[in-house]
Write a protein that binds this ligand. Structure first.
Ligand SMILES: Cc1cc2nc3c(=O)[nH]c(=O)nc-3n(C[C@H](O)[C@H](O)[C@H](O)COP(=O)(O)OP(=O)(O)OC[C@H]3O[C@@H](n4cnc5c(N)ncnc54)[C@H](O)[C@@H]3O)c2cc1C
Ligand code: FES
Length: 276
C-alpha cells in the first residue's frame, strides 16, 4: 500500500475483457516499476479505483496474488464511475488506492473441501480466491464451484471455465435463470440448484458472493443442508468512500465493512444488526 492511503497510484489499463453485455474486466499495471514488483494483496481485498475528473469507486481485486505484476478488477456498469470506466480504452490511466479490507482466511481452510457459490458479478472476489486455491492445489481438498447468472451471456470469466473444470479434483456446475438454444447446463436459480446438488457439509467450507437476494437464499439453503454458520463465508458490498475506517459510510452497528470486512463468516453476520 502507498505511504499515504488517500493518494491514488497511477496504473495503465493494458487490457479490457468484455465479460458480459454490462461487465468488463480491466487488467492494469502500475506505472511505477518498483510498485509493480512489490504490490501484493490477499484474496478478498478491495481497492478504490479513480477515473480522473469523474470520481472513485470500490472494486474487489479479482486477480490473484499468485499471479503478480498486474491487478484486475471487474466492473459492472451501474452509474457514473463505472460508465466512465466502460468508456476507457487500453492505454488509459486510472488511479488505484489499496489494497484495503480483510481477506478470506484460506490458511485456516487447508485440508478442507471448498464449495464456491457465486452469482453474476459476485464471481469477481470468488475468482481471486478460486485461482489462489488452484495455484496452491495440494493445500485443499476437492473444490466445487456452483455459479449462476440471469442468462448464458451474463456469466463472467467464461474463458476460464475449462481451466477450472480440468484442475485436479475440481468441478464446475453452471446454472442460468433463462437458457437459450445453445445452453446445455442447468436452468434455475442458484439456491435451488444448490439444494439439488446437496453437497455434504462434512469438513467443508462454503464461500458465497452474489446479489443480496441470492446470498439470502443461499444461506438458508446451506443451513437446510446442515452447514454450520462457522462453515460459511461471504463478502459484503456496503457503500464505501474512504476505504480506511475514517468516513463512517460503511458501518453496520459497530463494525466498519471496509476494515472489519468485507469478508465475514455467517456466524459473524448473525451477531450484526440486519442492515446489510
Ligand atoms: C467492497 C466492495 C467491493 C465491490 N466490488 C465490486 C466489483 O468487483 N465489481 C463491481 O462492478 N462492483 C463492485 N462493487 C460495487 C461498486 O463499488 C459500485 O457499483 C460502484 O461504486 C458504483 O459506482 P458508480 O459511480 O458507477 O455509481 P453511482 O453513480 O455512484 O450510483 C449508481 C447506482 O449504483 C448504486 N451504488 C453505488 N455504489 C454502490 C455500492 N457500493 N453498492 C451497491 N450499490 C451502489 C447507487 O445507489 C445507484 O443506484 C463493490 C463495492 C464494495 C463496497
Ligand atoms: S468507507 Fe469510510 S469508514 Fe468505511
Amino acid at each position: 500500500m502507498a505511504a499515504n492511503p488517500y493518494q491514488p497510484e497511477l496504473a495503465t489499463v493494458e487490457e479490457i475483457i468484455e465479460e458480459t453485455p454490462d461487465t468488463r474486466t480491466f487488467r492494469a499495471v502500475f506505472r511505477d516499476p518498483e510498485l509493480r514488483e512489490s504490490f501484493t494483496y490477499e484474496p478478498g481485498q478491495f481497492q478504490e479505483v479513480s477515473v480522473f475528473g469523474v470520481g472513485e469507486a470500490t472494486f474487489c481485486l479479482t486477480s490473484t496474488p499468485t499471479r503478480p505484476g498486474v491487478v484486475e478488477f471487474s466492473v459492472k456498469q451501474v452509474g457514473q464511475v463505472t460508465t466512465a470506466l466502460h468508456e476507457m480504452s487500453p492505454g488509459d490511466v486510472v488511479g488505484i488506492r489499496g489494497p484495503f479490507g480483510n481477506w478470506f482466511p484460506y490458511e485456516e481452510w487447508k485440508g478442507k473441501k471448498l464449495l464456491f457459490i457465486g452469482g453474476g458479478i459476485g464471481m469477481a472476489p470468488l475468482r481471486s480466491l478460486l485461482n489462489f486455491c488452484l495455484d496452491n492445489r495440494a493445500d485443499y481438498g476437492p473444490i466445487d464451484l456452483i455459479y449462476g447468472a440471469r442468462s448464458p451471456q451474463d456469466l463472467c470469466f467464461r474463458n476460464e471455465f475449462d481451466a477450472w473444470r480440468s484442475a485436479p479434483d475440481s468441478r464446475v456446475f453452471l446454472t442460468v435463470d433463462r437458457g437459450d438454444e445453445t445452453w446445455q447446463g442447468n436452468v434455475g436459480f442458484v439456491p435451488a440448484y444448490l439444494m439439488d446438488l446437496a453437497p455434504s457439509p462434512e469438513n467443508t467450507i462454503a464461500i458465497t458472493c452474489g446479489p443480496p437476494i441470492m446470498i439470502k437464499y443461499v444461506l438458508e439453503s446451506l443451513e437446510k443442508l446442515h452447514f454450520q454458520p462457522e462453515q460459511i463465508y461471504t463478502t459484503l458490498e456496503m457503500k464505501m468512500k474512504c476505504g480506511i475506517g475514517k468516513c463512517g459510510r460503511c458501518n453496520i452497528g459497530e463494525k466498519f465493512v471496509c476494515i472489519d470486512g468485507p469478508v465475514f463468516s455467517y456466524a459473524q453476520l448473525k451477531e450484526l444488526p440486519p442492515e446489510f
